[in-house]
Design a protein around this ligand. Structure first.
Ligand code: KG4
Ligand code: ZN
Length: 354
């Protein structure tokens, strides 16, 4: 095994990897946990993780037909795309296939959480390459990947020098979680959603308004023309004495509001703006509470919903002097560069928290 990499137990269930920061390391990473087939090459450089290539093949159009992801359909699409994205990622990183074994130090892939049939395609491909090229395989938790996105450096994202303790808000289609992160990537889960994720709420409300899957970005766009004060909607758990979330009641409230109605364009925009504001209110309130309770000196906002500009601006405003770090949108939505970053940084999410 190469110096600097310590692969702990890899029983297929529990595994982690830690990388000595001084050792330069170049990794091919794969991500197939949901509906993006992604491959990337990243390398460590002075404590940052430099992106040499990041290729994402989206299946969004395929799943728009069913207004949601069918795991089996996603898996088949991953099988078709995976070799193309791997070849493209290697080509863009200027790594000839015949030299991959000497130019790469390890192969990483998302192994949890996610859609089982979809995850297996990325993991099996990465393990096969690792065996063929005689390199270690590094299993990566998808949520560790979303966190690690803030450590990536590339032409579109300058390196940031992070400060601890930091609060990380992960808001994606599958998760809504608040974490405390200390030096050495010591992680503590502070709160999470009890039902729907924030992205799921965006997507389901978008669907009620007749917008195509996945809907989050389209709802945000529609909200720009709407009045957020026009429709009164609940802010579930905003006053609870913990840092947990709940979004299913909000979706139900919108359902009852739109049921059996022919909505005019302006009404749809007003509902979109009101729903977005309700989700943003809860996310901002809990994150500010978490930062205050934990004495955070930095807040990181990541996951697909971090692309929402209303959330970003409201959160920065509410945090005052505490800096808010938001990865570039291409590293907020699912991608493999973040998986490579989590692999080389050795970010390990405690098993019970996924
Ligand atoms: O992180 P991600 O790419 O995949 C998961 O791990 O789930 O997040 C996808 C989610 C979807 O629910 C999508 O609707 C949402 O992120 N999303 C947005 C925006 N862009 C993407 N939600 C609100 N506003 C946006 N601009
Ligand atoms: Zn994700």
């Amino acid at each position: 095994m190469m110096p600097g990499v310590f692969l702990l137990e890899d029983s297929g269930q529990v595994a982690s990897a830690r990388v000595c920061c001084e050792a330069q390391m170049r990794v091919l990473a794969l991500e197939t946990s949901c509906d993006e087939t992604a491959a990337a090459v990243v390398e460590t450089a002075n404590g940052d993780v430099r992106v040499l290539s990041s290729v994402v093949a989206s299946q969004a159009d395929l799943h728009a037909r069913t207004a949601g992801v069918v795991p089996e359909v996603a898996a088949r699409a991953h099988v078709k795309a995976i070799m193309f994205v791997i070849n493209d990622a290697l080509r863009q990183a200027r790594i000839p296939t015949e030299k991959a074994a000497t130019m790469l130090n390890a192969i990483a892939a998302t192994t949890e959480p996610g859609l089982r049939p979809a995850l297996i395609i990325g993991e099996a491909s990465a393990r096969a390459l690792a065996v063929g090229w005689k390199k270690p395989f590094i299993p990566v938790n998808h949520l560790a990947g979303h966190m690690a996105a803030a450590w990536l450096a590339s032409d579109v994202q300058p390196a940031v020098s992070h400060r601890f303790p930091a609060i990380v808000l992960i808001v994606s289609g599958g998760h809504t979680q608040l974490w405390r992160v200390d030096e050495g990537f010591q992680l503590r889960l502070l709160g999470q959603t009890r039902d729907d994720a924030a992205g799921e709420a965006f997507d389901k409300i978008a669907r009620l308004l007749g917008l195509p899957y996945p809907g989050g970005a389209a709802l945000a766009q529609l909200a720009e023309r709407g009045d957020a004060c026009e429709v009164v909607l609940p802010r579930p758990m905003i006053d609870s004495k913990n840092l947990d979330f709940s979004f299913s009641g909000l979706k139900t409230a919108v359902f009852y509001h739109v049921r059996d109605k022919q909505l005019a364009d302006q009404e749809r925009a007003d509902i979109a703006a009101s729903a977005q504001e309700a989700i943003v209110d809860v996310l901002v309130s809990k994150t500010v509470d978490a930062a205050a309770c934990e004495g955070a000196v930095e807040v990181i906002l990541t996951g697909g919903v971090a692309a929402n500009s209303r959330l970003r601006s409201r959160l920065q405003e509410a945090l005052g002097s505490i800096p808010l770090v938001v990865p570039h949108p291409q590293y907020c939505t699912d991608n493999a560069a973040m998986i490579g970053a989590a692999a080389v940084l050795g970010i390990h999410v405690p098993q019970s928290n996924t």
